[in-house]
Design a protein. Structure first.
Length: 449
């Protein structure tokens, strides 16, 4: 930690002491603090008013029991979380994650990242995140519904369209949002569309929200390519994961002329030199909730499944990690660099370890961080809130054009901020500093709250 500005070093030590054992949260905080040295040197008012210390402490943290009956009538108990991190820019906003690995440290890392991401969108949304250690895999629809209803029976009192607006994340898609929104409506007796985003199109959802994070990721990379006079045409792309973000990233890469040759899930990866067949992938993942190895049987001779190995061993020009945190290790980064990969853009939240990021930097690989790259999801959520507030609904094309424009603005703001602070081309510095300044200025304006 020798590189941290002394004032920031003291803050980091306080964060690790007050949040013992929450390693992902420490990692996310370090990554931001590493960028803020030039900012505190130029703007001592942020340190003097303890803005950064306040930013590292959530406004509110809620932890609760979630009891439910499984199909055999046995009582199951999970733990629910909502971390309302910062509301200087607007109501808390961020997804819910259902995955067995969820604990307070994961929710805090995601909530912390969300503050800067939401700020970068330029839209009026604060940062929050939540979830549960519930594992939806292998559970029946009825079990998922009972879990969601129990989860919402506690969470409903903490959320609202002007307070805190959840959405999806790993393990939470439209089905889960439907069950939670339904329970919220039942308990409160209010059809409050703006309390959730990621809703279905017939019950208050927005066009493009399903596609937004994946599409936005690819729009961002398209901007990186344009900035250096290139395009997706003919580029080999590897995407990790095969969930919501991965599927729509693949769709947009193909639409822009690139070819996605591999994708994965937690069981392994498939490689298909002719390009991943998206109809087959969607059928497996969205319709049947199946496993990636089913792809090979459906696709036939051209593809191959590789169990329990890293998808990053597949050579590519562009890598889009779209699965989960810390999925790209130093070893994986070495493989990517060796195979000639020139751009790594994070569709997932914090998928690259600090070691991997350092190696990309040393090798001159362009690296773009999740809080900028995947901001299209939450940006489109904010567009959904706008449509709900005005009882309006926009067409697919209109919404997609707004998403593309927001991603262009985020990209340009990252580059111009990196330039302003003497680090041209550094997307990490640009995203962290630009995201920070907008929130910090709002916090100063709102007084000591
Ligand atoms: P999904 O649940 O739809 O998909 C997650 C995918 O990642 C699945 O294919 C899953 O495989 C795979 N995965 C999860 N854990 C691991 C692991 N340990 N190793 C390998 N693969 C794994 O989630 P999303 O697509 O919504 O989210 C993916 C990432 O994008 C997350 O980091 C999320 O925070 C981030 N994100 C999502 C947004 C959204 O709008 N959905 C917005 C912004 C960021 P398996 O099924 O085998 O577990």
């Amino acid at each position: 930690m020798a590189e941290l500005h002394p004032k920031l070093q003291a803050i980091f030590e306080e964060v690790t002491r007050r949040n013992a054992g929450e390693t992902e949260f420490h990692q996310a905080v370090t990554e931001v603090l590493m960028s803020l040295g030039p900012v505190v040197a130029k703007h001592p008012e942020y340190a003097d008013n303890a803005v950064i210390r306040r930013l590292c402490e959530p406004e509110r943290q809620i932890i609760f029991r979630v009891p439910w009956h499984d199909d055999s009538g046995t009582v199951q108990i999970n733990r629910g979380f909502r971390v309302e991190f910062n509301s200087a820019l607007g109501p808390f906003k961020g997804g819910l994650r259902f995955h067995p690995s969820v604990y307070l440290g994961i929710v805090k890392f995601l909530g912390f990242e969300q503050i800067f991401k939401n700020s970068l969108t330029g839209l009026p949304i604060g940062g929050g995140k939540g979830g549960s250690d519930f594992d939806p895999k292998g559970r029946s629809d009825a079990e998922v519904m009972r879990f969601c209803q129990s989860f919402m029976t506690e969470l409903y009192r903490h959320i609202g369209e002007y307070t805190d607006v959840p959405a999806g994340d790993i393990g939470v898609g439209m089905r889960e949002i439907g069950y939670m929104f339904g329970q919220y409506k039942r308990i409160t007796n209010r059809y409050e569309s703006g309390v959730f985003t990621g809703k279905g199109l017939t019950w208050g959802g927005s066009q493009v929200r399903t596609e937004a994070t994946g599409y936005g990721t690819v729009f961002f990379v398209d901007e990186i390519l344009r900035a250096t006079g290139q395009s997706f045409d003919g580029k080999r792309v590897v995407v990790s994961g095969s969930g919501n973000v991965a599927i729509y990233a693949i769709e947009k890469v193909h639409a822009l002329g690139g070819i996605v040759v591999a994708c994965s899930d937690s069981g392994g990866y498939v490689v298909d030199d002719k390009g991943i067949d998206l109809d087959i992938l969607k059928e497996i993942k969205e319709v049947h909730r199946g496993r990636i190895d089913d792809y090979v049987e459906a696709r036939g001779g051209t593809s191959q499944f590789v169990a329990d190995r890293s998808v990053w061993e597949v050579p590519c020009d562009i890598a889009l990690p779209c699965a989960t945190q810390n999925e790209v290790s130093g070893t994986d980064a070495g493989l990517l660099i060796e195979s000639g990969c020139r751009i790594v853009a994070e569709g997932a939240n914090m998928p690259c370890t600090p070691e991997a990021v350092k190696l990309f930097d040393q090798a001159g690989v362009t690296f773009a961080p999740g809080k900028a790259v995947n901001a299209g999801g939450v940006a489109t959520s904010a567009l959904e809130m706008q449509q709900n507030a005005s009882r309006d609904s926009w067409t697919f094309d209109e919404t997609e054009e707004r998403l593309a424009e927001i991603m262009r603005r985020i990209h340009d703001r990252c580059l111009s901020t990196a330039d302003e602070y003497g680090q041209p081309g550094n997307y990490v510095a640009g995203a962290n500093i630009a995201g920070f300044i907008r929130v910090a200025d709002a916090m100063l304006a709102l007084g000591l709250v």
